[in-house]
Write a protein that binds this ligand. Structure first.
Ligand code: DGL
Length: 262
């Protein structure tokens, strides 16, 4: 069991931003990553659809004997993780917009959250905002269109820059001093975001925290890989694996990227 892989899934390429943090933090673990790009964006779909995709992805990872599953998608976490935890036997790690650190450190008492509609309208997001944001104004902004642009490889395009400028302006006009990235695709926008945002606005991304939590849960359940064999990393896309491969260019290691239909 301990030599089995960690399973990771997302609606597409975005979760590779989380996978990279996990790989850094747990270099001895093998992984299987599913990019469900065929069904992206999840964020504009109904809750029962997002739940259905999350179940399908989970079962595929469990068929491949994954010992733990990371839901590397805010939209799937906020809409499906409660169900997944209640219905499957492996530990699940999820990701949610990191409101807490932003709220704790905000001087202007105004933070922005950029996320998908599916995340912003979920019950889990609402209860988290209520718990942590006492006395803090939380400005919510749907990043409509961003996931599709990133999925089609246009991360550094003028189109992305203009869309971001339009989306961020209302939050900047209201003095936000922290921007929470509430979607795992968005860390790929950090170079463009730093060009647009004034230097006092801090970008909050939870990738590292998710990796630390994954390590803690592996330890808690005694699931760490202790074998001396080189770990393997299998990536699957159900659209164009070449697009997924581009997001992994900077990674060294034993990596395989393939197409499968799921
Ligand atoms: N990476 C997903 C997230 O974190 C993107 C959701 C989508 O496909 O719309 O929310």
């Amino acid at each position: 069991m301990n030599g089995n892989s960690i399973g990771v899934f997302d609606s597409g390429v975005g979760g590779t931003s989380i996978w990279k943090e996990i790989h850094k933090c747990l270099p001895n673990e093998s992984t299987i990553y599913l990019a469900d790009s065929k069904h992206a964006p999840y964020g504009e779909k109904a809750e029962e659809k997002i739940l259905g995709f999350s179940i399908k992805n989970t079962e595929l990872l469990l068929d491949r004997k994954c010992k733990l599953i990371v839901v590397a998608c805010n939209t799937a976490t906020t809409n499906a993780i409660t169900y997944l935890r209640a219905n499957y036997d492996v530990p699940f790690i999820g990701i949610e917009p990191a409101i807490k650190p932003a709220a704790l450190h905000s001087r202007s008492k105004t933070i922005g959250v950029l996320a998908t509609k599916g995340t912003l309208t979920s019950g889990l997001f609402h209860s988290t905002s209520e718990n942590y944001a006492n006395g803090i104004r939380i400005l919510e902004q749907e990043g409509k269109g961003l996931v599709s642009l990133i999925e089609s490889g246009k991360v550094n395009s003028k189109e992305v820059q203009e869309l971001l400028e339009k989306l961020l302006k209302p939050m900047l006009d209201q003095s936000m001093d922290h921007l929470v990235l509430g979607c795992t695709h968005y860390p790929y926008l950090i170079p463009v975001l730093t060009k647009i945002l004034p230097s006092h606005v801090k970008i909050i991304d939870s990738g590292e925290a998710v990796a630390r939590q994954t390590k803690a849960i592996l330890n808690q359940y005694d699931l760490q890989n202790t074998s001396l064999q080189t770990p393997e990393h299998q990536f699957y896309s159900n659209t164009d694996e070449v697009v997924l491969e581009r997001f992994l260019k900077d990674v060294k290691g034993n990596l395989k990227v393939d197409f499968i239909d799921f």
